[in-house]
Write a protein that binds this ligand. Structure first.
Ligand SMILES: Cc1cc2nc3c(=O)[nH]c(=O)nc-3n(C[C@H](O)[C@H](O)[C@H](O)COP(=O)(O)OP(=O)(O)OC[C@H]3O[C@@H](n4cnc5c(N)ncnc54)[C@H](O)[C@@H]3O)c2cc1C
Length: 296
């Protein structure tokens, strides 16, 4: 099988690992020279927007059995447009790839609850979830560098680094709030508790995306951050699967909810049926008293 890989330079070494067991011949395209063990590395400069890559790869893809890209936001857009343009089958976010009279792949479904097995016939376009792959480094057998001129109706004006004040993925203790919180002002008691516990604050999507009480980078879940703290304290959160996939790697989950049947009761280690407006002040008071006792 001949595979064409297209990737940003940082993901390319892992994409090469993903393709090694299924392809006899590997060609890779990226925009900065990088040492990867492929048959041919093409370094193409000048394609500043996705439109340019779609028209460029549309020609390149013709002679290959398989086109692989990382499952990043940009690559997924390029891959789906290419597949549609060429009338090829497309799988997004494959976890594994195995040659078998075509290609067998798996991918996560139902927000992480299940794994789907899919068989796809060649030629095909696939974006790969690279989390499980180790990078492959080595000298390419041949390298070609060129610059292209690209005219597109879209032009990139400026790229800015996104500044975030928090990295939830590294937090050891997280207090997460959901729609059980009634007003934005009530975040002050959550902040007080967080500062006593040395915790970061996160939330469900409605709190950040709909109510805008906390910034987007603090929402946990399928479309947000995946966290793995030692303690995840969920206050007024129902535990819908789209949120739950974001904290499933937490060591200990403690949930406080007025509804004894809230879905989070099934997935938490400690489930406390209580009003968070009673629970949080009581906990703050208890911590303060304990600390006072210790200091006396
Ligand atoms: C495509 C898609 C992607 C999504 N991605 C995400 C995602 O990444 N992250 C995410 O979080 N959501 C996501 N969602 C939304 C998700 O489905 C849920 O709607 C959301 O997680 C629910 O948020 P919540 O638990 O805060 O609110 P609710 O479901 O309304 O739950 C509020 C809970 O608070 C309890 N409660 C009420 N008052 C109190 C009180 N005083 N004390 C204690 N408990 C109280 C209630 O009993 C209830 O269980 C997504 C949805 C879709 C369709």
């Amino acid at each position: 099988m001949r595979a064409l890989l297209f990737s940003d330079p940082s993901n390319l070494p892992k994409l090469v690992s993903a393709s090694k067991d299924i392809a006899e011949e590997i060609h890779a395209i990226t925009w900065e020279k990088i040492a990867v063990p492929v048959d041919r590395l093409e370094v193409i400069k000048g394609a500043l927007v996705n439109d340019c890559w779609v028209s460029q790869l549309h020609e390149e893809i013709k002679t290959f059995d398989l086109m692989l890209m990382p499952a990043t936001r940009d690559s997924k857009e390029i891959a789906s447009r290419l597949a549609a343009k060429r009338g090829l089958p497309y799988i997004s976010g494959a976890l594994s790839l195995k040659a078998s009279d075509g290609l067998l792949t798996t991918r996560v479904v139902f927000g992480g609850r299940g794994i789907e097995e899919l068989k796809i016939s060649m030629p095909a376009v696939i974006t790969v979830n690279l989390d499980v792959y180790e990078p492959s480094f080595g000298e390419p057998k041949s390298v070609e560098e060129r610059k292209i001129e690209c005219s597109s109706k879209i032009s990139s004006i400026k790229e800015r680094e996104r500044k975030t004040d928090v990295d939830l993925t590294k937090a050891q203790v997280i207090i997460s709030v959901g729609r059980g919180l009634k007003k934005k002002e009530d975040l002050s008691m959550i902040k007080e508790l967080a500062s006593l516990l040395g915790a970061e604050i996160s939330c469900t999507r409605p709190i950040s995306a709909d109510l805008k009480w906390l910034p987007e980078e603090r929402h946990v879940g399928m479309t947000g951050v995946k966290v793995k703290p030692k303690i995840y304290l969920a206050l007024g959160i129902s535990g819908q699967i789209q949120h739950a996939v974001g904290f499933r790697d937490a060591d200990t989950v403690i949930a406080v909810n007025t509804d004894p049947d809230a879905p989070i009761s099934e997935i938490s280690d400690y489930f406390i049926v209580e009003n968070l407006y009673e629970f949080v002040p009581k906990l703050i008071k208890a911590i303060r008293e304990k600390r006072k006792e210790k200091s006396n």
